[in-house]
Design a protein around this ligand. Structure first.
Ligand code: GLP
Length: 240
């Protein structure tokens, strides 16, 4: 695990964008795993800037997002499909047909298996971008998720529901189920880039990087992977 500590969140995003850009340049048909949440937004903004001003192209890229809410259609403003369109896809030259998220509207068991098959059919993921939940979750793999888990439905914890409530209006339906790549799915990516910024993530980062391997801290499973880069700003590195 390589841990890079940057001065602030925008430096973390710039460093992450460098890694993304390098990986895009190296591969003929790159396949990226992408994440939602507020953390990767700065990375996506940096990539959009590079697309607009430096000609960075996403035309040959295929993407698989980590997760999607069960019961939210793609056009719903809180769906992760909508998030990805708004925060990245609508602003770059990626082929819409090459962007995939789990299907939160169909039979969840079938949707999980179908997503796994789709990833495998594309030769697996070259670079998986991850954020981290303050309880140490990755994707929506909440604490106690099996380290061998694959794409499936997870019930979100109260802590995660509270943390994400800010994205929903007060009376709005907030799903408590999500389809998420499993921990084993994530570990199969050939390289992993985890970004964490802000003091609220400091404990989760410390347990991910330095704590014991435990299903109670899903991100600690990344210690098993040979090629993980963790980019943290100073505040998120505060307990390392
Ligand atoms: C959600 C997402 C995760 C993300 C986490 C942290 O639960 N499913 O992929 O890492 O939130 O989000 P944020 O970056 O907003 O703190």
């Amino acid at each position: 695990m390589q841990v890079i500590i940057t001065a602030n969140a925008s430096a973390a995003a710039a460093h992450a964008a460098d890694i993304v850009e390098r990986t895009l340049a190296e591969l003929e048909a790159p396949v990226f795993g992408l994440a939602t949440g507020s953390t990767p937004v700065a990375l996506y903004q940096a990539l959009i800037e590079r697309h607009r001003h430096q000609g960075l192209s996403f035309a040959k890229l295929t993407t698989f997002n980590l997760d999607e809410y069960v019961g939210l259609p793609p056009e719903h403003p809180q769906s992760y499909r909508h998030f990805m369109q708004r925060e990245l896809f609508d602003h770059v030259d990626i082929e819409p047909a090459n962007t995939f998220l789990p299907d939160g509207m169909s039979d969840p068991l079938e949707a999980g298996n179908a997503y796994e098959a789709l990833i495998e059919g594309h030769g697996g993921i070259d670079l998986q971008v991850l954020g981290i939940g303050r309880n140490g979750h990755i994707g929506f793999n909440e604490p106690t998720s099996s380290l061998g888990s694959r794409t499936r439905v997870k019930t979100l914890t109260r802590d995660t529901l509270e943390a994400n409530a800010r994205f929903f209006a007060p009376q709005e339906f907030q799903p408590s189920l999500a389809l998420t790549m499993g921990i084993a799915t994530i570990l199969e990516a050939r390289s992993i880039l985890l970004i964490a910024t802000g003091e609220a993530k400091a404990e989760a980062v410390a347990r991910c990087v330095e704590g014991p391997l435990s299903a109670l801290v899903p991100a600690s499973a990344l210690q098993l992977h040979p090629k993980v880069t963790v980019i943290v700003d100073q505040t998120a590195a505060g307990r390392l």
